[in-house]
Design a protein. Structure first.
Length: 322
C-alpha cells in the first residue's frame, strides 16, 4: 500500500546540470548513511554520492543511476527493485536494503533477545518473498547449547536455524550465503559486523574506509554497507549487507492481507474464519482463535498478527488524513 515513492520506479530525475558534459552511469549501491551513499561503478570505482531530490530513497543493493563530472556526483534515480526491506510506522520509514533474496537474522546468548522483533523480521522477509534464516551466534559462550534450544519452534515453522561462532567458527553459515543477496539484521551487539568480517574477504578494510568517507567512525555500526562474497571478477557469488542494530521494526506499509500471508503456519486457516475481514481477535467463528485454543499455533505469533494488523490500519487512517 503506502510504499515509498521510488519503489519499483526506474524514472530518473532528468533536470540537466549547467556544467555538462556529465557522465551518466549505473552502479551498485554499497554503502548508505543518512543522505550520502557510495556507488560502485564498473571501470570507475567507488564514488561517494549525494542523493538528488528529497523524495529519492536509496538502499544498499540498489542499482543506482549516477551523474558525475569529477567534482559533482549525485544519484538521480534507481532501477526497479525485486524486493525492499524497510521499516515504517504511520509517520516515517527507514530503508534497510534493496534487491535482497534472503534475510539473515542474528541472535546471541549474551544479549536479551526481543522475539517480537525477531518475528517482525520474519514477516518482512515473507512479505518480500525472501528466504529467512536464523543465525544463533556466539556458540563459543557457556550455556549456548541451551540457548539454541529456545529457537526450535522457528525450525518447526520451516526456518533454517544455523549455529555459528563469528569469532571462532563462522563457516557453517557460508553455504547459506553463496549466490544469495543477503541482509544481516539483528539487535545491537549480536555480532553482525563480526560475522561479515569473517565471511566477506576485505570487509573489515572496506567498512573502515566507508566509515571514514561517511564520517561514522564508531564501533557500533551506523552506516549500512554491502560486501561481495568471493573474489571480484570471479562471477557473482552473492553479497551481504551489514546493517545497524535495530530495536524497532514497524511494518505499517503492509496491508492486512500481506501480513496474514506472511504467517506460514496460519495461511491455511484464514479462509476458514466466519467473517472475511476477521481481525482474529474477538470475532465469533475465528479459525485462528480456535487453533490457538487447541495449542496448534503459538500465542506470541497470533498476538503479533493482531498487533501488525492494528498498526497497518492506524497507518492507513493516518495516511488518509494527510
Ligand atoms: N564470544 C563471542 N563474541 C562475539 C562473537 N561475535 C561477535 N562477538 C562480540 O560481540 C560484540 C558485538 O559484535 P558486533 O559485530 O559489533 O555486533 P553488531 O551486531 O554488529 O552490533 P551493532 O553494529 O551495534 O548492531 C563484539 O565485542 C564482538 O567481539 C562470537 O562469535 N563469540
Ligand atoms: Mg555492527
Ligand atoms: Zn479470524
Amino acid at each position: 500500500m503506502n510504499a515509498p515513492a521510488t519503489r519499483r520506479s526506474a524514472t530518473p530525475n532528468a533536470d540537466a546540470r549547467p556544467h555538462d558534459p556529465l557522465h551518466r552511469e549505473t552502479g551498485l549501491v554499497v554503502a548508505t548513511h543518512r543522505r550520502h551513499c557510495v556507488v560502485e561503478i564498473d571501470g570507475v570505482g567507488a564514488l561517494e554520492c549525494q542523493h538528488r531530490g528529497r523524495r529519492l530513497t536509496i538502499a544498499c543493493g540498489d542499482s543506482a543511476i549516477v551523474e558525475h563530472d569529477g567534482q559533482y556526483r549525485a544519484v538521480v534515480g534507481v532501477g526497479p527493485r525485486t524486493s525492499l526491506l524497510y521499516r515504517s510506522d504511520a509517520w516515517r520509514e527507514k530503508i534497510v536494503a534493496a534487491n535482497v533474496t534472503q534475510v539473515v537474522a542474528l541472535v546471541a546468548p549474551d544479549v536479551p533477545v526481543d522475539e517480537h522483533l525477531l518475528n517482525r523480521w520474519i514477516v518482512a522477509a515473507e512479505a518480500e518473498r525472501c528466504r529467512f534464516v536464523l543465525v544463533v551466534n556466539k556458540m563459543d559462550l557457556a550455556d549456548s547449547a541451551r540457548f539454541l534450544e529456545r529457537f526450535a519452534p522457528y525450525r518447526a515453522l520451516g526456518y533454517p536455524v544455523v549455529a555459528v561462532s563469528a569469532l571462532h567458527d563462522p563457516l557453517p553459515l557460508a553455504p547459506w550465503l553463496t549466490g544469495q543477496h543477503s541482509v544481516l539484521i539483528g539487535q545491537s551487539g549480536m555480532g553482525k559486523s563480526t560475522l561479515v568480517n569473517a565471511l566477506a574477504p576485505g570487509a573489515a578494510a572496506a567498512i573502515g574506509s566507508i566509515s571514514t568517507a561517511l564520517r561514522s567512525g564508531r564501533h557500533t555500526t551506523s552506516a549500512t554497507t554491502l560486501h561481495r562474497l568471493g573474489a571480484r571478477g570471479g562471477g557473482d557469488h552473492g553479497w551481504i549487507v551489514d546493517s545497524p542494530g535495530m530495536t524497532l521494526f514497524g511494518l505499517a506499509h503492509y496491508g492486512p492481507a500481506e501480513i496474514e500471508r506472511a504467517f506460514v503456519e496460519l495461511r491455511a486457516l484464514f479462509g476458514s474464519c466466519r467473517f472475511r475481514d476477521c481481525r482474529h481477535d474477538r470475532e465469533p467463528g475465528c479459525a485462528v482463535r480456535a487453533a490457538l485454543t487447541d495449542g496448534r499455533v503459538a500465542a506470541q505469533r497470533v498476538a503479533l498478527l493482531r498487533t501488525l494488523i492494528d498498526e497497518s490500519q492506524v497507518a492507513a487512517r493516518a495516511l488518509r488524513r494527510r
